[in-house]
Design a protein around this ligand. Structure first.
Ligand code: NAI
Ligand code: MG
Length: 357
């Protein structure tokens, strides 16, 4: 069975880390006998915009729909294209039209990386944030009236549907069930947001009936953010609405050190449309062109993609490879953000070589 992967490097360091992501992917495919067909695309980048006046070709949906997954770098070059245009014109279109309703981010402290939380070592932080990615607080229901007058009002409604909520909860319960701790934490705010959030809690509790072996708890979002910092070891899988998940999915990886290693997946679990895998970081204009960006975020995203396609073992081999290179701590290989003086390529090559072993 051939898996077709669309490869979109995007802008800035996206173009530098993507070759290393592809190198890792190819190494894993070769070792585990996975048939991958990679097709590169230049659109969804500010270079494409400069040439065409838009971020995506008109038929992008028809082009990408046929792929089994999308492997993305990073988009954005604020010097030439404003961020709201580059992001809304590309990545956000893909996430919406392909109904990638799960945003999944592992938060794991890796060997050789200093957590900003004092005294934490690998093993202490190892959880997932599951964010609802299509509805909730980020709705287009609302409007403005009496603009520019004393009576000016703005309204933006939160939209939570049973369909939208239950499907993200189902994904989160199943993820929790697949992990040794089998623990799910729900982010709520049912004390203050007294209509939607008590309803969210009800859906969480109703769904728990289908997963008797998963332990569930819940925290209000304010104390939950504090607990991410104070007690990151409490968490296994954390599920949240779009807004709360947005906050937690930046805070979680931040607790594990450099942004350069964090991966993410935008998933359409039913496979009706392709899912999209990308590092958490952006195009990093400040270091772009220097060849020193950490490629691990991109490489770890490749592992998530292989896992999504059903290749657990290959995904595990990629993760084991970068963990090994990080724990050995050879400063000639590691990039500056993790204390080395190596390059994107030296680190990528070292990881690919371990994957093949
Ligand atoms: P950024 O993530 O690009 O950079 C933030 C800081 O982290 C910078 O100092 C950068 O040098 C460092 N950094 C990021 N990735 C790194 C890596 N792999 N290795 C070492 N250091 C790394 O975020 P920023 O500066 O806010 O945004 C820059 C551009 O990226 C903007 O156009 C923004 O819209 C876009 N962006 C795109 C995202 C995406 O494609 N999903 C996500 C975030 C931002
Ligand atoms: Mg965010």
């Amino acid at each position: 069975m051939t898996h077709r992967i669309a490869v979109i490097p995007g802008d800035g360091i996206g173009k530098e880390v993507m070759p290393e992501g592809v190198r890792a992917l190819k190494a894993a495919a070769e070792r585990f006998g996975i048939d991958l067909e990679l097709e590169p695309f230049g659109f969804a980048s500010c270079d494409y915009y400069a040439e065409h006046g838009q971020m995506l070709p008109d038929d992008w949906f028809e082009i990408l729909e046929k792929f089994d997954a999308i492997f993305y770098g990073a988009v954005g070059w604020p010097e030439t294209v404003p961020d709201h245009i580059s992001l809304w014109g590309s990545l956000l279109q893909l996430r919406r039209r392909f109904d990638q309703y799960i945003n999944l981010r592992p938060c794991r402290l890796l060997p050789g990386i200093q957590s900003p939380l004092a005294g934490r070592k690998p093993g202490d932080i190892d959880f997932y944030v599951v964010r609802e990615n299509t509805e909730g607080e980020y709705s287009s229901v609302g409007g403005k009236m009496f603009e520019g007058t004393e009576r000016e009002i703005v309204i933006q409604e939160t939209v939570m549907t049973r369909h939208g909520t239950d499907r993200v909860l189902k994904f989160a319960y199943e993820l929790a069930q697949s992990r040794p701790r089998k623990k799910l934490t729900s982010a709520t705010k049912s004390n203050g947001i007294a209509i939607t959030m008590p309803w969210w809690d009800e859906r969480v509790s109703e769904m728990s009936g289908h997963y008797p072996d998963v332990t569930v708890d819940q925290f209000h979002i304010d104390i939950l953010t504090a607990n991410f910092v104070m007690h990151p070891d409490w968490f296994d899988v954390v599920v949240a609405s779009n807004l709360f998940g947005d906050i937690l999915s930046d805070l979680g990886p931040a607790c594990t050190g450099t942004i350069g290693v964090a991966p993410s997946a935008n998933i359409n679990p039913e496979g009706t449309f392709p899912s999209l895998f990308e590092p958490v970081h952006g195009s990093a204009p400040d270091i772009a062109g220097k060849g020193i960006a950490n490629p691990i975020g991109q490489i770890w995203s490749a592992a998530m993609m292989l896992e999504h396609l059903g290749y657990q073992e290959a995904a595990g081999a990629i993760v084991a490879a970068f963990e090994e290179v990080l724990s050995e701590g050879d400063v000639t290989l590691l990039t500056p953000d993790v204390g080395g003086h190596g390059t994107t390529e030296s680190l990528g090559l070292a990881i690919a070589e371990r994957i093949m072993r």
